[in-house]
Design a protein around this ligand. Structure first.
Ligand SMILES: [Fe+2]
Length: 254
């Protein structure tokens, strides 16, 4: 099972809308095209939040048009910039799946919503923590991949001030199930890859601008263009993963 993760596209209602110098819809299209140029093609897409910058229905319609053209299921979760009701209204019908949990062969994909208002940071509310536990209790698959928007571990950046507020509650549940092979998120606009007790902890670059890693200021990483992550979920529970970058030919605007 091959997954393509696209995250933090920050698309606006206006098709030519920009953020930090990037026309975000154009940048998403270029990133998807670059990822699909690679072979083999993905079996599904993970879209891990901040898909919209303004939470508008129009922005989600842009996303729907672009992502459904890939011809594979798209599993979505909201980020802090998203508007969950508008997102669910536009991105719930196949090939889109909003949150929930899904069987992927020998794997179960657990999509968690950490949205807690448009305040930067996130939180798993009590009902989402209960759902997480319930999914683990019921899952029959030998391998699990957990996907959320906000980082549940420090990434050693200013972004740690706007991570997952109740990461301790998340980790307590996650640590209780030895079938979890990977935890994947967006939000931080940079690459992060760690192993903790044999579990992959992975953050993925945005499809527009990146933040400079490892600094306390919110500086844009001028050396990096739009990116994406490939994840191959192997039947034996291993994960093969790599980050790819779109050509820098995507023009930044002033
Ligand atoms: Fe975010």
């Amino acid at each position: 099972m091959r997954l393509l993760q696209l995250t933090d596209s920050h698309v606006r209602a206006a098709a030519d809308g920009a953020l930090k110098g990037w026309r975000t819809l154009e940048s998403l299209e270029a990133t998807l095209a670059a990822a699909l140029d690679e072979q083999p093609a993905p079996d599904a897409i993970l879209a891990t939040g901040d898909l919209s910058q303004d939470g508008s229905p129009e922005s989600y319609r842009h996303l729907r048009r672009v992502l459904e053209a890939a011809g594979v299921p798209v599993y979505c979760i909201p980020g802090n910039h998203d508007h969950p009701p508008a997102m669910a209204a536009e991105l719930s019908a196949p090939p889109f799946h909003y949150c929930g949990d899904h069987r992927l062969g020998q794997w179960r994909l657990v999509m968690l919503a950490t949205w807690d208002g448009d305040r930067g940071g996130g939180r798993l509310p009590p009902d989402e923590l209960e759902r997480f536990q319930r999914v683990l209790d019921r899952a029959a698959e030998p391998h699990l991949l957990v996907v959320l928007h906000h980082q549940p571990v420090p990434v050693h950046s200013w972004l740690d001030k706007v991570g997952l507020d109740n990461a301790d509650e998340f980790m307590r549940i996650a640590d209780s199930d030895s079938r979890i092979r990977g935890v994947v998120w967006g939000h931080v606009h940079q690459v992060f890859e760690r192993q903790r007790r044999g579990v992959h902890f992975l953050a993925t670059p945005s499809t527009c601008f990146q933040f400079l890693p490892g600094v306390e200021r919110a500086d844009v990483d001028a050396a990096r263009g739009p990116g994406y992550r490939r994840l191959e979920l192997l039947p034996d529970g291993r994960i093969a993963t790599s980050v790819g970058w779109a050509p820098v030919g995507v023009e930044a605007v002033s």
